[in-house]
Design a protein around this ligand. Structure first.
Ligand code: 13P
Length: 263
């Protein structure tokens, strides 16, 4: 049983998956599981981050679920408002479409799509100013971990955004710790290692913001039904950002149950 009083979050990051027919089937199965084996909203918040293309459809399909399941954008433009920016979707447009949450700083965006400190600062600032809640992702590479730099890298990534987040806006940030070497590899950080890093993140947050003690810190990286219970038992792991396993309704539901049962 976790000692935490923070309501956990379990968010499925679908990345660039799946095709529409599969998405529909996945959501139908998931809604049925929620109906058959309820998970109260106060025990665990749930979110799904589909592709930008599917966001509105997924949101519409989730609207008749037995409980709230929030739609989450996987990214947002570094440009605010509207204008001639081909291919971009701004925070204001997301909000206008009824989307309240966005992932920012996922390592795949940092590594493959060149997100850096400046672009991430702009995205975080725009998203918060528009009224979105941000799931800010941090995490070290294997090389950095092996060089003993994991903590410093992760804490720096958090400090990076401190200059653009107003004092009261920290209440609208969730941090997701996703060690890059654990993403899609089947190698999860051990609960001890994950908890140790989460505790460091918590300490760092407490130094930056008075919300530090109450902010949810999610773990991501090969979270599965099989390891969710152990991870959920760690006091500073307040939920999961789930990639591959969120594409299976039963696995995703079991992960959510694992976190809900700590409450
Ligand atoms: P996997 O769960 O597939 O390792 O992905 C984790 C992740 O990147 C979630 O954002």
């Amino acid at each position: 049983m976790s000692a935490s009083t923070i309501t956990p979050w379990v968010i499925g990051n679908w990345k660039m998956n799946p095709v529409q027919a599969q998405a529909q089937q996945l959501l139908n199965e998931f809604k049925q599981l929620l109906q058959d084996h309820g998970i109260a909203e106060e025990k665990c918040h749930l979110g799904i981050a589909p592709t930008m293309l599917a966001l509105s459809t997924v949101q519409a399909q989730l609207s008749d679920a037995v409980r709230p399941v929030y739609s989450v954008a996987q990214d947002v433009s570094r440009i605010a408002g509207t204008g001639a920016y081909t291919g971009e979707v701004s925070a204001e447009l997301l909000l206008d479409a009824g989307i309240g949450y966005v992932l920012i700083g996922h390592s795949e965006r940092r590594e493959i799509f060149a997100d850096n400190r400046d672009s991430l600062n702009a995205k975080v600032q725009n998203a918060l100013n528009a009224g979105l809640k941000v799931i800010y992702c941090v995490g070290e590479s294997l090389e950095q971990r092996e060089a003993g730099q994991a903590e410093a890298v992760v804490l720096q990534q958090i400090c990076d955004i401190a200059g653009v987040v107003a004092a009261e806006q920290w209440a609208n940030i969730i941090v997701a710790y996703e060690p890059i070497w654990a993403i899609g590899t089947g190698k999860t950080a051990s609960p001890e290692d994950a908890q140790a890093m989460h505790a460091k993140i918590r300490e760092g947050l407490k130094q930056i913001t008075s919300y530090g003690a109450s902010m949810a810190i999610l773990y991501g990286g090969s979270v599965k039904a099989e390891n969710a219970v152990e991870l959920a038992a760690c006091p500073d792991i307040n939920g999961a950002l789930v990639g591959g396993a969120s594409l299976n309704a039963q696995s995703f539901h079991q992960i959510a149950l694992a976190f809900a049962n700590t409450q």
